[in-house]
Design a protein around this ligand. Structure first.
Ligand code: HEM
Length: 304
């Protein structure tokens, strides 16, 4: 069963990466001449009317890989549930139901993707994150709390849950940053922490067509600044969690700290200047890995 779940997790990672590659490259991540090309792509109509010459050749292969791996992953979720249901605990059954419900939801959402509405980008992102979190939960055995030798601080489990909520919120705001093409909003340096006149910035049902076209528009600056500030908070909480788990779970603690610092560092590079597509995709992927690690740690801290 563990092999089946690990295979499903690997396929889900490929689905998340291929989805981010398609979305972010259409959105202008890594395009030239920066930032003019990125500003142009903020308009969804431009993204969907690109000529075949303007769409990178690898899109076709990645789109096919996305569809094939998504279908295979769905199949593995179903097989794992059929074979594992009887001997699973209540929480594992809940995680399996999350896998099935979210993958059906994402399949339906696929019909409306790409979309000018940020809410569709956020739903795709959060769906992928939730799949990896559920798999992280099912792949890890709860043991630590039963080991008399293992002492963890009483506050640690609650802190891990806080981290999971923060990473999910960060993914939602990050999806808004990319849907609003706001990565370059502060690259001219004149960027107030709380831009005024940012009406509509956080309305995920509002497309970019109803916002000022400038990439330095206050709405874009507001979204990026919030993502940056809450990103810093998420890093602090992740490091506190890693510190709390350093003795009882040194390996997971080190992995969590490494991912929690490297992801936002890439984010800082992306908001400071033009970055290749691979960096933006890696930032998105590390966010999903951070959530899966935090979920696995949360399970590990629980009583069997
Ligand atoms: C733990 C903290 C963080 C998490 C979990 C996180 C997560 C994300 C996610 C999921 C996206 C969407 C990517 C996509 O559309 O696939 C994103 C986008 C972005 N993030 Fe973060 N982020 C974090 C911290 C930061 C920080 C600290 C910064 C900057 C200082 C940053 C800058 C950006 C930028 C510029 C984008 C837009 C990329 C684009 O569309 O070109 N992030 N983030």
């Amino acid at each position: 069963m563990k092999l089946l779940l690990a295979l499903a997790a690997a396929l889900t990672l490929i689905v998340a990466v291929s989805s981010a590659m398609l979305r972010l490259s259409l959105g202008g991540a890594g395009c030239t001449p920066w930032p003019a090309c990125y500003e142009t792509r903020a308009d969804h109509a431009v993204q969907t009317s690109l000529t075949p010459e303007q769409v990178p050749g690898w899109h076709r292969g990645v789109r096919l890989a996305h569809r094939v791996t998504a279908s295979l992953a769905g199949l593995l979720f179903l097989m794992a549930t059929l074979f594992g249901w009887r001997r699973w605990s209540y929480s594992e059954r809940c995680a399996a139901l999350v896998l099935l419900a979210v993958s059906v939801g994402l399949a339906l959402l696929g019909r409306y993707t790409p979309s000018p509405l940020p809410v569709v980008v956020q739903a795709n992102l959060l769906g992928g994150h939730l799949l990896l979190a559920a798999l992280g939960w099912m792949l890890v055995r709860p043991r630590l709390a039963n080991h008399s030798s293992a002492t963890t601080s009483a506050w640690l489990p609650a802190m891990v849950v806080l981290l999971m909520v923060l990473v999910l919120a960060q993914a939602a705001i990050g999806g808004l940053v990319s849907a609003r093409s706001a990565a370059a909003a502060c690259q001219d340096g004149n960027c107030p922490l709380f831009p005024s006149d940012a009406a509509g910035a956080f309305d995920s049902m509002r497309s970019n067509a109803s916002l000022p076209p400038s990439m330095h528009a206050p709405q874009r600056q507001a979204v990026l600044q919030l993502h940056t500030v809450s990103g810093a908070l998420t890093v602090v909480v992740a490091l506190v969690v890693a510190w709390g788990a350093r003795r009882s779970l040194p390996g997971p603690a080190m992995a969590l700290a490494t991912v929690a610092v490297s992801g936002p560092l890439l984010g800082w590079l992306m908001r400071s200047g033009p970055m290749p597509l691979a960096i933006t995709v890696l930032h998105s992927l590390l966010a999903a890995v951070l959530l899966a690690l935090a979920t696995g740690l949360c399970r590990r801290l629980r009583r069997a």
